[in-house]
Design a protein. Structure first.
Length: 236
């Protein structure tokens, strides 16, 4: 199945992670070559992916015959079988794919994948767990962390910033983060500028080193517009 499709993606291993990824890519209009050793999995995805093939992804010759070398991007979604994951990633790298993502199920697994040259290692369960922990324990509405210790968060502005312009307050100098977007209460998100003034009920998107973002989001903030409930008999 030799092809010349640098815009397509090879997805190796069509378990829960690989299957979901392959279907989402297909939904987005990306041509996908799905590879799995289980014939039942392959049959279940027939007609739903651009191409889906039953093959041993640890076999260099088999993967070469499928035309994997013609692709610029590949994802190894094999997780539970560490040997198959590492060997599959090694085969894809040997075929010269320039951008390889691989799923890891542990820190040790991730380290080995990095050592053999995988360009991007992802740990879906671990990364999602960290993200949810930040949302549950902090004041973040959304949180995204990158491999290099850089993070984005959606949160509410701390009280100290309410009614102040970003430039006038010196947010970057004070907290080591950058406010990149602002959503005034009841309005859409817009880019933040030094003249942007934060109001009660706003949401903001901030970026910066992970520790700085976490510290900023832990500051005391305004909970936003709310209806006050008065106790019976009290006029205030």
């Amino acid at each position: 199945m030799a092809r010349n499709d640098s815009q397509g993606v090879v997805v190796v291993g069509l378990g829960r992670f690989g299957r979901s990824l392959a279907l989402e890519l297909t939904k987005e209009g990306v041509e996908v070559l799905g590879v799995d050793a289980d014939p039942r999995v392959v049959r279940s995805l027939a007609g739903r992916l651009t191409h889906v093939v039953e093959a041993d992804s640890t076999d260099l010759d088999a993967m070469r015959e499928l035309g994997v070398a013609e692709f610029d991007r590949a994802v190894v979604g094999v997780g539970t079988n560490l040997e198959a994951s590492i060997l599959s990633a090694s085969v894809v790298l040997e075929l010269g794919v320039r951008n390889l993502w691989a799923k890891a199920i542990s820190k040790a697994h991730a380290r080995i994948l990095n050592q053999i040259g995988v360009h991007h290692v992802v740990r879906p369960e671990h990364d999602m767990g960290k993200r949810v922990a930040h949302l549950v324990t902090g004041r973040m509405i959304e949180y995204i962390e990158f491999d290099d210790g850089y993070a984005f968060a959606k949160t509410r502005p701390p009280r100290a910033l309410i009614g102040r312009s970003l430039g006038g307050y010196g947010v970057r100098q004070a907290y080591g983060i950058t406010v990149v977007g602002v959503k005034p209460f009841g309005e859409d998100f817009t880019y933040a500028t030094p003249s942007t003034v934060l109001r009660e009920g706003a949401e903001i998107i901030v970026s910066g080193p992970k520790a700085a973002v976490e510290q900023f989001c832990a500051l005391e903030y305004d909970a936003g517009p709310r209806t006050e409930r008065r106790s019976p008999g009290r006029p205030w």
